[in-house]
Design a protein around this ligand. Sequence first.
Ligand code: PLP
Length: 478
Amino acid sequence: MIDPHMSPEDFRRHGHEVIDWIADYWDTVADQPVLASVKPGDVAAMLPHEAPEHGESFDAVLADLDRVLMPGITHWQHPRYFAYFPANSSPAAILGDLISSGIGAQGMIWATSPAVTELEQVVLDWLARALDLPTAFLNSEGGPGGGVIQDTASTATFTALLAALHRATGGTARTTGVEPARFAIYGSSQAHSSLLKAAMMSGLGEDSVRTIAVDPGSQAMSVPALRNAVAADRERGLTPLMIQAAVGTTSTGGFDPVADLGEIARDCGAWLHVDAAWAGVAAVCPELRWVNAGVGEYADSYVTNPHKWLLTTFDCSAFWVRDRAALIGALSILPEYLRNPATESGAVVDYRDWHPQLGRRFRAVKLWTVLRTYGLEGLRAHLRSGVELAAHFAALVEGDDRFELVTPPSLGLVVFRAIGPEQLTMDLMEAINASGTAYLSHTKVEGRAALRLAVGGWRTTRADVDLTWRELGRLLSS
Ligand code: PLP
């Protein structure tokens, strides 16, 4: 009988090879075109139709990494990757993730691996304190609030909506379901699409979402428009269920006025969910704490993604609630096979009740390795560098009469366009992306095309921003 498993010696050897491969990749990534240039089907065409019958050597797999996969990889860790918000994968986080895989524990309940739950509770408290979030969110307070790591901000928003539904229906949502036409959900025209998706998944449907206008200059939700929409819904007998405040919108980095939205939520009994997926972590820097203004007083739930700007390999989305009762009420389930004395004692948290899925990875390890090895000072230096580089790029745009800023720079995000016909801006984006020098994305602001340059990768330097700027200028004049 053959032993199909890798021997410990081979595991060590290949493990070293893989780390070497990653280090070599990082050494050369800046020299490669940022964007993958394969056509649909190119990668799949290089892969066999069926899984091998006989196990191959790991060396053969590693060889195919370069030959088959890398041509189809867009380099998110490239120093001139500016397209979407960063998805930083730092050395510390990778090693933490590797440890998590090595331990391979499932932390669905406290009893299935106590350290998985307890480390998560502690590192989320560390992060909450670092962001100056309200003490009501801390796990160490023993409730009613608390934090949990979700896979993504989209899941966090969905979970917040389920908690809101539970609270608004007095629990009947989980037993007899929901009556879609009874509830209304509010987000601005700039809210992330995950809000719409949450409405679809919850059974309330897209039609339950009110798209509230933004103020043209700030791209922040218009408070009078929200007030009017809530009043109109109440007049029609609908229940305002959840208001989502966006702290750092995807398109332009706009900030909804959380406190004003919170007042309205309080007045109509709606749940206030704050989506700070990208921008929230900036509050590690005391001078940027303004990003979370109003959260302490008003937010029922809050999400920010260490897996974006805060150097923690995807996936790691930090989600806090002010009162866990609605969340657990909406999602708790206790099949016989998960009954255990620790759960029954009430002395422990079972995170399977805090999100849709049962099984859960030990994600807290990578956040722990990041927080410990960078320290808050290291994280601040990283965040500040992104903000400074964005300000530098914005100054270059402002100083050139061929370009204009579309909105004021927001933390690490600059939204700008080439002055001239609409197509000029889009052509410029196509050209710079095709050049391989940098990767930018576009958006529409007040109906007109604009480019987004999102700084925040841990390798990005001033030289990268300058090179991108020079290339944009050259392409525009060519
Ligand atoms: N909310 C905002 C404001 C975002 O910018 C994004 C992604 O960029 C998301 C939510 C979705 O994040 P995730 O991919 O973690 O679901």
